[in-house]
Ligand binder design. Structure first.
Ligand code: SAM
Length: 223
């Protein structure tokens, strides 16, 4: 049964790639090994979660396996050929058929409630302007400490350095797998800690240490 689904997903994906190679940008869905790395840092409490470019839903299934509630998922898929299968597989997830580059103006959440974004988007086949719009858009919904998880078949983070710098973001490679067609790496992209915040924390830690010293002194002094 599982093998039958995998086979039909492969054919579905392969046909989609033939009709739109730039948008789909892979001949087969990602493998389970990549899906595990993509979701390894995500937990149920990170919801709500956005998934960009779910395709046939490999990462969606991995998110559910990590305990994320289906109702906490917002799936953003541009390809009409994937919509029907996503709807029937994940009926309680919110599914929006739209270009991920228009997320900022779409107002899909109020405020910054999102704890993580899992992206299967083919950034390597997108223009820098489009990548910048996607990153800027998702971070308008991201709560402090939240991150985008993005895979790539390339040798470095697919979000170019000048875009990371302009948006105040940083990228870190968190893993990779050769058990994928083709082999892939996974990056965590998050906000850089603002300088003021770091200084504030330092001050806070210093005053905490001073309070500890006073407590130790008064214990020694018997009061
Ligand atoms: C490489 S496939 C990845 C599919 C799936 N996440 C996986 O790993 O098997 C890229 C997916 O992103 C979708 N996509 C491409 N451009 C998009 C865009 N601008 N907005 C939303 N989805 C997009 C494609 O339709 C496709 O489903």
């Amino acid at each position: 049964m599982i093998a039958k689904t995998a086979c039909s997903d492969f054919l579905h994906f392969f046909r989609s790639w033939i009709s739109n190679p730039l948008r789909v940008a892979a001949i087969a869905p990602s493998g389970d090994s990549l899906a595990r790395i993509m979701t390894s840092e995500i937990a149920a409490l990170d919801g709500p979660i956005i998934e960009l470019g779910p395709g046939t839903g490999v990462f969606t299934r991995a998110l559910l396996a990590r305990g994320v509630s289906e109702a906490d998922l917002t799936l953003i898929e541009y390809g009409p050929e994937f919509i029907g299968a996503l709807q029937s597989r994940f009926p309680t997830a919110r599914l929006l058929q739209m270009d991920a580059a228009h997320l900022a103006e779409a107002d899909i959440f109020e405020g910054e409630p999102v704890g993580a974004v899992v992206s299967g988007l083919p950034l390597l086949s997108m223009s820098p302007d489009k990548i910048a719009a996607i990153m800027a858009g998702v971070f308008t919904y991201m709560r402090p400490g939240g991150a985008v998880y993005q895979f790539t078949y390339g040798p470095r983070c697919p979000v170019p350095r000048p875009i990371l710098d302009r948006l105040g973001l940083e990228a870190m490679r968190i893993g990779g797998t050769v058990r994928n067609l083709p082999p892939a790496s996974v990056y965590r992209i998050s906000r850089r800690e603002p300088l003021e915040l770091s200084r504030e924390r330092l001050r806070y830690r210093k005053s905490e240490a001073e309070i500890d010293d006073v407590a130790a002194f008064s214990n020694e002094a018997g009061g």
